[in-house]
Structures are given as structure tokens and as C-alpha cells.
Design a protein around this ligand. Structure first.
Ligand code: BV8
Length: 236
């Protein structure tokens, strides 16, 4: 069995990382305007403000830990591999909680908060402390050329070829903890349906895409995801 899972900020919410659009207005974008902070133009216009935004999130991530939903997905990956199947785990999240929970193959389509990239030499470097204009690229020694290795609005998401390859081969498509409001990620469920793939949404509340899903399970990811995965493994 080949399962395609896409996760969003909701799977990391119970690990203490903010979401973007929670209805109660507590989401990150309710306090910060993405168009002011998560675009190349914003970075060109005011790099220090964008660095401060990502430095705060990087510091927050240092004290966050994976929750039972992340660990359950690592278990699913193992159970599928043992039975000759596969899990394609694609995340919109820039945290490393799936990796820390033991998932071996994670496609970070919007990049990774614990990495930076040099705009001068294009080298990607692991980076866990604050980043600023005074920092020097360890590869080409340029000063002030390092940026967060994340995908901003208007930038091309990463590993799209790998994502579509996994989507076309899937028997089951599952979206976990995402509002289905950002493209191209939000469009994956329609691609899956067009391919005749069964679709399932697991979220706190119906997403913008809810009508596209055959099955829907609502509740906290830390409770609903482990239960769904135990059920899925039991029927393999
Ligand atoms: C692209 C990384 C094209 C950075 C993010 C105008 C100009 C430019 C582009 C556009 C435009 N208009 C439209 C677009 C396209 C744009 C887009 O879709 N915009 C939206 C706003 C309409 N998309 C892009 O720009 C993308 N690139 O189109 O490129 C292109 C083509 C060719 C060549 C070049 C370019 C790139 C988009 C990526 C932007 N980067 N993040 C960072 O993190 O700072 S987006 C960010 O929001 C996240 O990464 C995530 O992907 C996205 C959506 O967030 P979610 O993960 O879904 O989180 P959200 O809070 O919304 O929802 C959480 C859900 O969890 C909720 O439903 C909640 O109920 C639930 N939940 C909460 N708690 C729990 C829970 N569920 C379970 N348990 C809980 N405990």
C-alpha cells in the first residue's frame, strides 16, 4: 500500500508552534502580515525585520518537541516498509519535528527553519542560532548574504517533481493539520481525486478543501492521528 501524507501547521500546534490561520486569530499571520514578512520583496526591503521574525521562530523551535502525531507517522512509515509498501511524507511546515520523531524520508516543500542559504554561492548550511546581516557565509565568506532556507510567497516550492511522482503512485491521500489555503499544496487533493485516489482529511475543523475529501476525521492531531494510524496498520 502506498500512502501520501501532507501535513500543515496543525500537526505541530500541540508542540507549541504557532499556526497561520487559526480562526481565533491567534495564528502567526494574525499577528504578522505574511506579505510583509514571507516574500522575497519583504526581505529585500527590510531584511532585519524578516530576520527578527525567523529568529523568533527558530528560538521557539529549539524548545519544541514532537508530539504523538509526529511519532505515529514515523511508525506508519516503518509498518508500510515492513509490508513492502511506502509512505510519502510531504510537509508544508518548516520545523524539524517529523525528522526528530524518526521519520526517515520527509519532503520539506516549504524549506527548513534550521537551515540557511547563501544568495551569493547558493550553499545551504545547517543553522540553529539567530541569523543577521553581520553573519558571514562559511562557504564563500560573503557577509550579509545568508537568508532563511524557506519558500516565501511567490517562490517555487521545493522537490515538486518528487511530490507529483509520489502523488501519482499513491493508493491513499491524507491531509493532516492544514487549512488548505496555500497553493500548490492546497491543490494536491484535487490532483489525487482526479487520479481516482481515495482521500482523507484529519484536522481540528473542516478545512477550506473539506468538500474534496472522501473521509474526514476531526479532533486534535495528537489524538486523532495515532488512532487513525493504529487502525490503518491493523487493516494492512
Ligand atoms: C507559488 C514557509 C508559484 C515560510 C509558507 C500572489 C503572489 C504570489 C503568489 C500567489 C499570489 N496569490 C496566490 C499565490 C500563490 C501562493 C498562495 O497560495 N497564496 C495564498 C495566500 C492564496 N503560493 C505561493 O506563493 C507558493 N509559490 O505559488 O509559486 C511559482 C511558480 C513558478 C515559479 C515560481 C513561483 C509558495 C507558498 C509557500 C509560502 N510559504 N511557509 C514560513 O513558514 O514562514 S506558507 C505557510 O502557510 C505554511 O508553510 C503553509 O504552507 C501555509 C498554510 O498553512 P497551514 O500549514 O495550512 O496552516 P494553517 O494555520 O493555515 O492551518 C492549520 C490548520 O490546522 C487549521 O485548519 C487548523 O484548524 C488546524 N489545527 C490547529 N490546531 C490543530 C489543528 N489540526 C489538528 N490538531 C490541532 N491541534
Amino acid at each position: 500500500m502506498r500512502i501520501f501524507v501532507i501535513t500543515g501547521a496543525g500537526i505541530s500546534a500541540e508542540s507549541g508552534l504557532g499556526t497561520f490561520r487559526d480562526k481565533d486569530g491567534t495564528g502567526i499571520w494574525a499577528r504578522f502580515d505574511p506579505m510583509k514578512l514571507a516574500t522575497p520583496e519583504a526581505f529585500a526591503r527590510n531584511p532585519s525585520e524578516v530576520h527578527a521574525f525567523y529568529n523568533a521562530r527558530r528560538r521557539n523551535l529549539l524548545s519544541a518537541v514532537p508530539n504523538s502525531a509526529h511519532f505515529a507517522l514515523a511508525r506508519l512509515e516503518e509498518a508500510l516498509a515492513e509490508r513492502g509498501g511506502s509512505l510519502a511524507l510531504v510537509t508544508q511546515n518548516i520545523d524539524d519535528l517529523h525528522d526528530r520523531a524518526g521519520s526517515k524520508e520527509v519532503i520539506h516543500m516549504h524549506g527548513e527553519l534550521f537551515k540557511v542559504r547563501c544568495v551569493a554561492c547558493a550553499t545551504t548550511i545547517p543553522w540553529r542560532e539567530d541569523l543577521g546581516l553581520e553573519d558571514q557565509c562559511p562557504s564563500c565568506a560573503q557577509i550579509g548574504s545568508l537568508r532563511p532556507h524557506v519558500v516565501w510567497f511567490g517562490e517555487m516550492p521545493m522537490r515538486m517533481d518528487d511530490i507529483y511522482l509520489a502523488l501519482y503512485g499513491a493508493d491513499l491521500f491524507v491531509a493532516i493539520g492544514t487549512s488548505g489555503s496555500v497553493y500548490p499544496a492546497a491543490g494536491f487533493v484535487s490532483e489525487a481525486r482526479a487520479l481516482g485516489v481515495r482521500t482523507c482529511e484529519i484536522n481540528l475543523e473542516p478545512s477550506d478543501n473539506a468538500s474534496h475529501f472522501d473521509d474526514k476525521r476531526y479532533g486534535k492531531a495528537s489524538e486523532v492521528v495515532p488512532a487513525w494510524i493504529e487502525e490503518t496498520i491493523a487493516t494492512m
